[in-house]
Design a binder for this molecule. Structure first.
Ligand code: NAP
Length: 316
């Protein structure tokens, strides 16, 4: 199937002077994004959990692009202590932040809990991202409360067409840590629906605060040839391989559209869901529900307050 390209990699503008954090950028779509941003002159933070894989990616990106402003910062989304440390280390660099690309993710792994006792797909794909997206990272502590540190900025939450998997089951937030009712793809669907619901709710909350210069959007990158199916059975991997349509480079296009295209600011694209290649699409109904948005935000914020010592809440 030939998909038309509203945007392509050669349309990425010069990113010199822009600081971009890309989570899960040691491999897959995240690495392709980091590579493209680096090739356009951005200062890229490769945020990933494994330091040797992360450093290896940094070396490869530097060698391929000639951009020396690429650095590794450790971030394990299965540990809120690691997320807290990441935020502290990033803030200590005293850098602005222009792009936060929440790309890291896992899919359909067997039931596991994160270090903090949260179902692993919800923890990795969603919960650990609310925290950096609130005032703690995007707002610099030395500035007055509502003054954005490096406006305008972009937050991109990488979701998936798999957000549709909750069509029959709903969000089921209260049951998520119950191993007996765990379904690997159901939990993936919930986490990916959460990416969209969170995007919409964050956008509304920013708007309500009068913050107009943060562009938060979600996307589905396409069905991409990456390591995402690593936890699935050989049979499921074989089926997915048959479905694989695009390379990681092409999989990077839609999130890079949202991260870099001047159209995003020109057309005030906010709180939206985009599909390949840079096209807006309405998410499935469950992921457009105000009720689900509010329930998810309140649930996640309460969870983080319970799990992170002295966490005062999102602040918006
Ligand atoms: N591939 C597709 O067809 C497809 C379709 C729809 C949506 N997506 C979404 O696209 C995003 C990128 O996926 P991908 O296809 O590039 O998969 P991938 O090749 O498996 O890459 C996933 C990245 O996330 C990182 N990661 C996983 N758990 C982490 C943790 N606890 N802390 C920090 N980083 C962690 C991985 O690091 P390690 O290498 O250390 O594990 C890796 O860098 C995901 O959010 C996925 O849901 C992908």
């Amino acid at each position: 199937m030939v998909m038309t390209k509203h945007f392509d990699l050669d349309m990425i503008p010069d990113m010199s002077g822009k600081v971009c954090i890309v989570t899960g950028s040691n491999t897959g779509i995240g690495k392709a994004c980091a590579m493209e941003l680096a090739s356009k002159g951005a200062h890229v933070i490769v945020a990933s959990r494994n330091s040797s894989k992360g450093q290896e990616a940094v070396n490869e990106i530097k060698a391929e692009t000639g951009n020396e402003l690429i650095e590794y910062l450790q971030l394990d989304l299965m540990s809120l202590a690691s997320v807290t440390k990441f935020i502290e280390e990033f803030k200590a660099k005293n850098l602005p932040i222009h792009v936060l690309l929440n790309n890291a993710g896992i899919m359909a792994n067997p039931f596991t809990l994160s270090e903090d006792g949260i179902e692993s797909q919800f923890a990795t794909n969603h919960a650990s991202s609310l925290f950096p997206c609130d005032f703690s990272l995007i707002f610099h502590p030395s500035l007055p409360t509502n003054e954005f540190y490096s406006a305008p900025s972009r937050i991109i939450n990488v979701s998936s067409n798999g957000h549709r998997f909750i069509f029959c089951s709903g969000l089921k937030l209260q049951e998520m840590n119950d191993e007996k009712s765990y379904s690997p793809f159901g939990a993936y669907g919930r986490s990916k629906a959460a990416n969209i619901l969170f995007t919409r709710e964050l956008d509304q909350r920013l708007e309500a605060e009068g913050i107009t210069n943060v562009y938060v959007n979600a996307n589905h990158p396409g069905v991409v040839d990456s390591e995402l199916a690593r936890y699935s059975s050989v049979m499921i991997q074989a089926i997915l391989r048959k479905l694989v349509l695009i390379s990681t480079k092409d999989g990077a296009i839609t999130q890079l559209y949202l991260a870099t295209s001047p159209e995003v600011e020109r057309d005030s694209i906010k709180g939206k869901y985009y599909i390949p290649f840079g096209m807006e699409k309405a998410p499935q109904q469950e992921s457009r529900s105000q009720e689900n948005q509010t329930a998810l935000w309140n649930y996640t914020e309460a969870l983080l307050k319970e799990k992170i010592p002295n966490y005062p809440g999102a602040g918006i």
